[in-house]
Ligand binder design. Structure first.
Ligand SMILES: [Zn+2]
Length: 304
């Protein structure tokens, strides 16, 4: 996700307050001065602390919290080449626990605000399920924190567990059932929030007697397989049926009849009323928006 300067400041203040006294001046000095990322990576005591067992002062520095997505990839690459098989390092479990703690703090205190700021209403991975969390009060027992997925899994890259650009609000199916701890870095899976062209803008749905299917599957095979998009969408035969039933009900004869009875109702107005949810889709807020759009177009063409 992205973060505004205003929210950045709030998060920074929160962590500064939380770790007051733990973050050394030395560390701060590096954070302010090092503009070159590679240099920062080499210089930073923080990284050295990870490799050694000196974890006392290990806190999520500003740089890590607000690291861009591309820099996160660079970070993983540099980290792995500097520390080799860091997962077998005895400090790795401590590192994991620490960052899990930072992540929980970030999610519980700012998760909802981040999600709202990013205007994410449906799961960016499958674009099939709602993820908007309802307004709930943090102070009550029933508080539900948003489900934030770590694009690069925190089990393997715990140092990015509290990095905002690595967090994606996602549905339970994609996050907990499909993606789990799979290594998106190793498998080069595109991050749907970061890539310029939305994958769903580019895939095309069609249908046959079995149900919907993706026509240009092979172009996006890796992503589609990773999130089982074909499988997730193939069950939605109700959309095909709904469009077909409406198309039959409001056929040419019926439309002409309606127009005659009520002259202000021309063909376009009738179509707009009957197929509003398919013709004017908000692709940020409507689950299954691409399927609805494509199938409507196909059936409309067939009926003409
Ligand atoms: Zn999903």
């Amino acid at each position: 996700m992205k973060v505004s300067n205003q929210l950045k400041e709030k998060i920074e203040n929160y962590f500064n307050h939380l770790f007051h006294g733990a973050q050394t001046n030395e560390d701060n000095r590096y954070m302010e001065k090092s503009t070159n990322f590679d240099q920062w990576l080499i210089d930073n005591d923080y990284i050295k602390n990870i490799a050694s067992s000196n974890l006392v002062n290990l806190v999520p520095t500003k740089k890590l919290l607000f690291l861009s997505f591309n820099k996160s990839k660079e970070f993983i690459r540099n980290f792995s080449s500097t520390f080799g098989n860091y997962e077998s390092n005895s400090t790795f479990p401590i590192l994991k626990n620490r960052f899990e703690f930072y992540y929980n703090k970030l999610r519980d205190n700012f998760g909802k605000e981040l999600q709202e700021e990013n205007q994410i209403f449906i799961c960016p991975y499958c674009q099939r399920n709602y993820i908007g969390i309802f307004d709930n009060d943090k102070s009550t027992k029933g508080y539900i924190a948003p489900d934030l997925d770590h694009f690069f899994p925190k089990s393997k890259y715990p140092f990015l567990a509290a990095t905002i650009s690595n967090l994606i609000p996602a549905c339970c199916v994609c996050n907990q059932r499909l993606k789990k701890d799979k290594d998106t870095y190793e498998q080069c899976i595109p991050n749907p929030i970061e890539i310029e062209n939305n994958i769903f803008e580019n895939i095309e749905f069609n249908y046959n007697y079995k149900g919907p299917y993706i026509e240009n599957y092979s172009e996006f095979k890796e992503y589609l397989e990773f999130f089982k998009i074909q499988e997730q969408y193939s069950i939605h035969t109700e959309i095909i049926n709904d469009i077909k039933v409406k198309m039959n009900k409001y056929n040419r004869v019926k439309k002409d009849h309606l127009s005659k009875c009520c002259p202000s109702l021309n063909e376009k107005i009738i179509e707009d009323m009957v197929f509003h949810e398919y013709k004017y889709i908000d692709n940020k807020k409507t689950p299954l928006w691409k399927l609805k759009k494509d199938i409507y177009k196909k059936i409309k063409n067939e009926s003409n």
